[in-house]
Structures are given as C-alpha cells and as structure tokens.
Design a protein around this ligand. Structure first.
Ligand code: NCD
Length: 314
C-alpha cells in the first residue's frame, strides 16, 4: 500500500487530491466493499468517535457517514438539526467545533456558508471533513461519484460526462468536475439554463487543465455521445426569488422518452435528493445507478476516508 497521505488530514476541497490519492482511496474503498459484503463490519475504528455536525438538512451524507463509522466499529455524536443545540443561543462555529474536538476524533461538518469547513478546520485540532459548504464544495460526494464512474467504466479515458441542472449552485458538480478534470482525456458538457451556468472561475480552471468543455442549454445535441449523465436538483435553498425557482425547477426532466437516443452503455447519476428532475420510471432503466451503485459506493468511500484519516496504516 502507498504511504497514507490522509492520516490526520482535513478533507476540505476536491482541489487537494492528486491522481495517486484518488487511486489510493479507490483501492481502500474496494477493500471496504469486500468487508461489508462478507463480514458486514469490522473493528478497525473501535474506540474512535466522530462528530456529525450538520447545520443544513441531510439524509444520505449524514446517514452514510454514521453507517460508515459504525461499520468500522466506531461511535458518533449526531448533531443534526442544530436548532436543538447551543447554536440557537448564538454560539459561534469556532466554539462549537472546539468543543467537539475535545470529545471526538474527527468532525464532519455541513454548513450553509462557503468556506465554513475551512474555518472550522482552523479552529479544530482534530481532522475536519467538509460534507457540503453552501454552494462551495462537497468533496466526499465527489469521491463517491468518482468511485462509481471509475468502477463502472474501468478507465476514465475518453469518457464524455454531461452534467445537467443547477450548475451554479450545485456543490457536488463543482467538486466532481475538479476531480474528473485531473484526467486529461475527458469531455465535459455542462447543460443548464443561462442563469444557472457553472461559475466562470471553475470553467476557466477546467479549461486550463486541458479538458474539453462545452456549455449548452439543451441535452439534444450531446445525449447520444454521453457516457455519464449526471443530473442535479435546482437548489431551492439558494434562491431568494422563489418565483424564479418555480420557473426553473423542472427545466429539465429526464424521462424514458428523452433517454431514447442515449447510449446503451451510459449511466445516469444523481447525488439525490431528486425533486422531479428524473421521472420515477427511469429507475427501472438498467443505466440508472443513483439508487443502487452510487448509493452503496457512498458508504464504501466514506469508510475508506474515515479509516485513512484516523489510522496511520489501513
Ligand atoms: C447533495 C448536496 O447536499 O449537495 N446531496 C447529497 O449530499 N447527496 C445534492 C443536493 O442536495 O441537491
């Protein structure tokens, strides 16, 4: 096994990973998959504790971090729904994370503000994992999405990835496109309404990295060449104008009819939750991996991350 670069490290942004790092995490995630499928759990992290500090709603990210910690034999403090914590008394993020770094070995944080995980990490003397900082990033989701794509296709070379929906506010897209762009041979299609286009600085970064990038408003032209169709929800919570949200929320709806021209070998992904942008009858399509592979991989990847951060050798 390669040296563990993650021991006691924070996971704050997809920018921090090298190609070798990704391969290392993937290898450990594969081991975790085997463990879950054979023994169900192991006691690698016995005696270790995780704080799950969630200032924003979450089902999958929260649930899979908790499941991961428990399958590795560790424990956790669930702080979900911070309306019941001292945060409502006006406690600062700094004080909250400093407190929980005294009780536990790692802090997983989700917060509405961009950069909040970085601030938490500055005050926390235990490793911090960014589980979503507003419209910023969601690196652990990107890792599980990356794992799903690499696992499914074997190699990323020559793949065409089409990301559709709210590219401006969707943090999963921001982190995943950064990870994928480490592999030069990829093509990206970013499909969104004009006002929900990918942030221009991110677009520039991807172009600088030498990947092929196109921005479009419809899927028509690109669906037939797409290997990965990554669908996202329009992020209601980021809109101040709810009428505008209503107008945009179902701008794209993926249906079996729409998918007719798509490749037989393509996969359809979504970080979930979905709120109507993929119709339920697409779930029966073999290409739909959002409630199957992608979901399961979330736990294997998060198990790998927790183990790599908390143990010198895995
Ligand atoms: C995503 C998130 O929170 O950014 N959900 C998740 O973590 N799986 C996507 C979303 O909420 O639309």
């Amino acid at each position: 096994m390669p040296t563990n670069n993650f021991y006691q490290q924070d996971i704050l942004t997809a920018d921090q990973f090298t190609k070798d790092d990704l391969q290392h995490i993937l290898a450990v995630a594969k081991k975790m998959e085997k463990v879950v499928n054979t023994k169900g759990s192991l006691d690698l992290l016995k005696g270790k504790l995780m704080t799950a500090l969630f200032y924003e709603p979450s089902s999958r990210t929260f649930g899979s971090f908790v499941a991961s910690m428990q399958r590795l034999g560790g424990g956790f403090i669930p702080l979900q729904g911070v309306q019941y914590s001292s945060v409502v008394k006006g406690e600062t993020l700094a004080d909250t994370v400093r407190t929980f770094s005294c009780y536990t070995d790692i802090v997983v944080i989700r917060h509405p503000d961009v950069g909040s995980a970085k601030i938490a990490a500055e005050f926390c003397d235990k490793p911090v994992i960014n589980a979503g900082d507003g419209v910023g990033e969601h690196p652990s989701q990107a890792l599980l999405d990356f794992f799903t794509i690499s696992h499914h296709f074997g190699s990323l070379d020559g793949l065409t990835i089409t990301m559709v929906g709210d590219l401006l506010n969707g943090r999963t897209i921001h982190s995943l496109s950064k990870l994928l762009s480490l592999h030069k041979g990829m093509t990206f299609n970013f499909v969104s309404p004009d006002i929900l286009r990918l942030p221009s600085n991110l677009l520039e970064k991807l172009r600088e990295r030498g990947v092929k990038v196109r921005e479009l408003e419809t899927l028509d032209e690109v669906l037939k060449d797409t290997d990965v169709l990554y669908v996202t929800r329009v992020q209601k919570e980021r809109f101040t104008d709810l009428d505008l949200y209503e107008k945009l929320k179902h701008h794209y709806i993926i249906t079996p009819t729409l998918l007719k021209p798509a490749k037989k070998t393509a996969i359809i992904m979504h970080p979930l939750p979905r709120v109507g942008e993929i119709s339920m009858d697409v779930d029966l399509d073999k290409r739909a991996v959002y409630i199957t592979e992608q979901m399961r991989n979330g736990m294997y990847v998060r198990m790998a991350l927790l183990a790599l951060i908390l143990l010198k050798e895995v």
